[in-house]
Ligand binder design. Structure first.
Ligand code: ADP
Ligand code: MG
Length: 286
């Protein structure tokens, strides 16, 4: 596939070509991401792979969130045709949280412990110029209702520590949605939650993505969990995309690594059975 665009071919929502990320460590440079490509529109992409495969750093790089010890290079790293690598710190702050929203695993990281939920959403609305001051209170309640919080008034007046994990995750999502982003990145957004709440939050993210016509990148180590929520699945291993699958075709995975990930799932039919250990092939790295 050609990576060149013609004038009649509008810029995709996100265009990542040959993304490479390295870290300086006491032992020298380590290459965490080795040439990732992703061109996506307003669709739902799942990025899966075992821990350490480079999922988080790939997408944190888009937002300029990597530490100073990192180097980020790409042939192209664009949001709607705009070069993310060339943005000034000020432009990047506007893009982050404005055009790209990021849901993280721990709402305590995304929410300020010293401010009520309502105050934080109001601040976000003001920062991104999304409503007039006198309308802010009503808009906060609306946003909290959008994420299916039954008692928006009480939650708006609560501090993050007063909420359950699932409720805090909803409140963080409401805050992110208040900026009306074009792209939502959810990085292990449900990994700290129990199984039932996990599906409810993913259903909610899915619903909001469809209603608002956003693009979604759903990052998870759990192929089984997120597969059903994605149009396309990228399987990462050691800083590379090993395989790309249609969301509905998970069981037809060709790559032995993906097949291995699927085979290592605990099964309801054989609970307590011994799980196979994923056998890695050095050839995958070539
Ligand atoms: N600050 C850092 N310094 C050095 N190496 C890092 C740093 N952050 C991440 N890495 C390395 O980058 C690789 C990918 O990490 P990450 O993207 O967090 O994996 P995951 O797929 O679990 O999200 C890992 O091997 C990790 O050791
Ligand atoms: Mg990660």
């Amino acid at each position: 596939m050609s990576t060149e665009r013609t004038p009649s071919d509008p810029a995709p929502l996100l265009d990542i070509q040959n993304l490479r990320i390295g870290f300086k460590t006491p032992f020298g440079m380590t290459q965490a991401v080795r040439g990732v490509n992703l061109r996506m529109g307003r669709e739902r992409i799942a990025v899966v792979g075992e821990s350490g495969s480079g999922k988080s750093v790939s997408f944190r790089a888009l937002l300029g969130l990597l530490p100073g010890s990192s180097t980020v290079e790409a042939d192209r790293l664009e949001l709607q045709g705009e070069n993310l690598l060339a943005m000034s710190p000020r432009q990047m702050r506007k893009t982050r949280g404005g055009r790209i929203g990021m849901v993280v695993q721990d709402p305590k990281q995304g929410l300020d412990p010293a401010k009520t939920i309502g105050a934080q959403i109001t601040e976000m609305l003001r920062l991104h110029g999304k409503c007039k001051t006198r309308e802010a209170k009503a808009r906060v309640q609306e946003l909290l209702a959008d994420v299916h919080i039954r008692d928006p008034r009480r939650v708006a007046e609560s501090y993050p520590h007063q909420l359950s994990g699932g409720m805090a995750q909803r409140a963080m999502l409401a805050m992110i949605l208040s900026a009306e982003p074009d792209l939502l990145i959810a990085d292990e957004a449900t990994s700290a939650l129990d199984a039932v709440v996990r599906h409810r939050i993913l259903d909610l993210i899915d619903e909001q993505v469809r209603l608002r016509g956003m693009g979604l990148v759903l990052i998870s180590h759990d192929l089984d969990l997120v597969g059903g929520y994605a149009d396309r699945i990228l399987v990462m291993y050691a800083g590379r995309v090993m395989e790309e699958l249609e969301g509905s075709r998970l069981s037809q995975a060709q790559h032995p690594y993906t097949q291995g990930l699927l085979a290592c799932r605990p099964s309801i039919d054989h609970p307590g059975g011994e799980l196979p250990v994923l056998q890695r092939d050095p050839k995958w790295l070539q």
